[in-house]
Design a protein around this ligand. Structure first.
Ligand code: G3I
Length: 359
């Protein structure tokens, strides 16, 4: 079928936001003659950042992984290397090498960096969780430890990290504050404290709240909006809302996501899609890949439809190193590139995403 007829057929065959991808991806930049050659080119065209989480072991050991990462993405997030268990495995003993490698590679390849994450209930160092559990670390000391952690880490990367996920996953699914070690021992004020300490350590970094299921879960959306407004009322320096974007084709696409983004943007916040992936129940089929492509394309189009949305980051770009199979039994294939780093239909769909008026 001639290109023009094919393009017309595609335009009529799919909803405007869900761009069908060519059935077989011929590799990066296989879009139209005038289309972007890769995701960095696409990012420039749409004036946003398109990024990926980085597996630092793969960054070090796999030349083909490095090639695709640095060719395709102008923005990176350390998948695990900047988490507290990684940077301070023993109290007072910091191990920055992995985080430094992500930042070094980024600066070498003109990539902006998102810091992930300062305060979370997961991947905390054992000495911290044990000390709180056995009572040797009381609330006052825990608050001091948290302040020192945030101050030390943010200062280390001052001027090198554009935005920090300051507090990650602060809410429960019902929209109440998560019953984490932080809320239990420090009270709700830990959130404002974390943002203030981070701002003091690097006044130029953008400071984000980051969470999952805020794409669609109404109580969590309302709870997060309430939290943001409360922080703003206290003059807490919060700059952005990160939507993780962990989707699955078996659950449907969160069709109101763009409007949810707008509600946070209306509060004056930047918006970022911070951890996008679209998993599927295995085995992979062409139909599942086509649905996955639609979801990726709709998410990028939703981001582009909201002027405040500045970043579209995938949580790993290759199925070779995706977190999904280890966490969702029987599911996987969530990324833009397969295990052999061949682009999937979702990659081509992103490249074919049209400019949105007003950007
Ligand atoms: O580093 C150890 C290694 O020494 C050990 O041999 C190995 C086997 O036990 O575990 C390794 O640690 C693993 C770590 O990833 C680094 O690979 C942990 O077991 C594993 O649980 C951890 O999973 C990470 C997960 O967060 C933890 O909750 C995933 O890689 C990471 O992709 C995922 O990312 C989170 C975001 O930070 C926040 N949003 C949700 C997202 C998915 O859960």
């Amino acid at each position: 079928m001639r290109p023009l007829i094919l393009a017309l057929a595609l335009a009529l065959a799919v909803p405007p936001l869900a761009l069908a991808a060519p059935a077989t991806a011929a590799g990066p930049g296989s879009g139209s003659a005038h289309g972007p050659r890769d995701l960095r080119d696409l990012a420039r065209k749409h004036r946003i950042s398109i990024g990926s989480a980085v597996d630092v072991a793969a960054l070090r050991a796999e030349p083909d992984y490095r090639t695709v990462l640095n060719r395709e993405f102008d923005h990176v997030t350390a998948e695990n290397a900047m988490k507290w268990e990684s940077v301070e495995p023993e109290r007072g003993v910091h191990t920055w090498d992995d985080a430094d490698e992500v930042v070094r590679n980024a600066r070498r390849h003109g990539q902006r960096v998102r810091g992930h994450t300062l305060v979370w209930h997961n991947q905390l160092p054992g000495w911290l969780t044990r000390g709180v559990a056995d009572g040797t670390i009381d609330a006052a000391e825990l608050r001091t430890i948290l302040r020192e952690h945030i101050t030390t880490q943010v200062r280390r990367y001052k001027g090198k990290i554009r935005a920090w996920d300051v507090v990650n996953e602060a809410l429960e699914e019902d929209g109440t504050l998560r019953q984490s070690i932080w809320l239990t021992h420090l009270g709700p004020g830990y959130i404002a404290d974390a943002f203030r300490w981070a701002h003091r350590a690097d006044p130029h970094a953008k400071l984000y709240l980051n969470d999952y299921n805020v794409e669609w879960n109404a109580p969590k959306i309302e709870g997060t909006l309430t939290l943001v407004k409360e922080l703003q009322a206290q003059k807490v320096p919060i700059d952005g809302m990160g939507f993780q974007g962990h989707l699955g084709i078996q659950y449907g696409y969160p069709g109101d996501w763009a409007n949810v983004m707008r509600r946070f943007a209306d509060l004056g916040l930047e918006i970022a899609i911070t951890e996008m992936d679209v998993r599927m129940v295995l085995p992979v089929t062409p139909e599942k890949l086509a649905t996955q492509a639609e979801y990726y394309g709709r998410a990028l189009s939703d981001c582009l439809s909201v002027k405040a949305c500045r970043e579209f980051t995938v949580w790993g770009f290759t199925d070779r190193h995706s977190w999904v199979p280890g966490w969702f039994d029987g599911e996987g294939a969530a990324c833009l590139f397969d295990e052999n780093l061949a682009p999937k239909p979702a990659y081509e769909t992103l490249l074919a995403t049209r400019r949105v008026s007003g950007r």
